[in-house]
Unconditional design. Structure first.
Length: 398
């Protein structure tokens, strides 16, 4: 399977494979990518990023690889507001947006691979998640120190909403890591493709929104596909299944609660600072649970014991850091994109991302997939795509 690591090209990062991981010495290929883009003001989403974050990405890179769906998604996004498709400025914007989609997907692929490798030899998801929030917090503090983005100013009205959002944000990421530690990466992402179902459910219950018949119809293949994939999944585990499903609940409730809480736009944090504050609060929330649930594992005694069991401690620590960097970076890039395109276009891109992550993880980890399991996964992803299309259909005025 050496030749099938299409998204994992070789690089100067020489990582020895961790012991106890059946990767057949396949290494992910880090492709140096960066972007240079111009942002526009957008209020599409409370969690979308604003244009002031452009300084974080204002560098020039060479992009060596594109997924064709990425280019199509970026082109569709650019055409939402474009006049003439032959305008060089519009073409440049499309290519820059395509590069951003590629970075988003690539970071997500590396996060899932590094994270799964760490969890295989270090099965402590609470500690892993805390370290990832710690990496994100360090990156945020550097951003504020270097004045790449202004430090937030708090109002009393923001305290409760931010704390509530931080709680569900913490639970969502912790539950995802629990699932990734128990089942295959591809199966976790198949379950997480059910997010639209919970989006519609919570919108009905909390926002009193009434979905169209097209939206409801698109949920049928999603639910059916997940059920089919679950019954035929070789790595099926109830803990992994339940935690992935619970992460859907927390992640989508976070999005709905954001709409409910952040009503006063004058006092609301901008999207970058909202995500940054949530990350920092999540770190401090998880630290006590690390001691209660798993204890302190990164001690000289434990690392010496791990080394005696054949674990490459240096490699483990390096992958720990890399997973944390990718964890925070891919989420920030995702929100930057959400600030540049409509939520529906972002949802389509997220659907394509699921496909890319599932396929790359199956190839890299050589996950056994039966034809029926593939059918269930494909049906789920097709339902997500139909859902994103159905959201474009505006209900007729009564």
């Amino acid at each position: 399977m050496e030749s099938c690591a299409l998204t994992l090209s070789r690089s100067s990062l020489d990582l020895k494979p961790l012991n106890h991981i059946n990767c057949n010495n396949t290494r992910p290929k880090v492709i140096p990518i960066s972007i240079n883009y111009k942002t526009t003001n957008s209020n599409h989403s409370v969690l979308s990023f604003t244009s002031s974050y452009s300084a974080f990405f204002n560098k020039r890179f060479h992009h060596e690889y594109y997924y064709s769906p990425v280019v199509r998604a970026a082109a569709s996004a650019a055409n939402e507001t474009s006049g003439e498709s032959t305008d060089p400025a519009k073409v440049g914007k499309t290519l820059q947006l395509a590069a951003m989609f590629g970075v988003w997907y690539l970071l997500n692929i590396y996060f899932n691979i590094f994270n799964k490798q760490v969890l295989k030899v270090f099965p402590y998801p609470t500690t892993v998640t805390t370290c990832q929030f710690g990496c994100g917090t360090l990156m945020i503090l550097i951003m504020w120190t270097l004045k790449l983005h202004p430090i937030p100013k708090f109002h009393k009205s923001q305290i409760v909403p931010v704390l509530v959002l931080a709680v569900v944000h913490t639970m969502g990421n912790l539950l995802t890591n629990i699932s990734l530690g128990k089942v295959a990466v591809s199966f976790t992402h198949t379950i997480k493709a059910m997010e639209p179902f919970f989006t519609v459910l919570f919108s009905i219950l909390l926002l009193s929104e009434r979905p169209t018949i097209w939206v409801v119809s698109s949920l049928v293949p999603i639910v059916g596909g997940v059920a089919l994939a679950s019954f035929t999944e070789a790595s099926f585990n109830w803990v992994g299944f339940g935690s992935a499903m619970a992460s859907n609940v927390t992640n989508q409730s976070r999005n709905v609660l954001s709409k409910m809480f952040m009503i006063n736009k004058e006092e609301a944090l901008d999207n970058i600072n909202l995500f940054s504050v949530m990350t920092i609060v999540s770190l401090f929330m998880l630290i006590p649970f690390v001691f209660l649930l798993e204890g302190v594992k990164f001690t000289p005694e434990y690392l010496q014991f791990a080394a005696s069991q054949g674990v490459n401690v240096r490699d483990l620590c390096l992958r720990f850091v890399l997973s944390g960097i990718c964890f925070h970076s891919y989420q920030q890039v995702s929100y930057v994109i959400l600030g540049l395109v409509s939520p529906v276009t972002h949802a389509v891109g997220n659907c394509v991302k699921r496909v890319v992550v599932i396929v790359s993880s199956v190839i890299f980890f050589q996950t056994p997939v039966s034809p029926i399991n593939s059918l269930g996964t494909g049906l789920t992803l097709a339902g997500v795509f139909l859902y994103s299309k159905a959201k474009r259909i505006k209900p007729k005025a009564a």
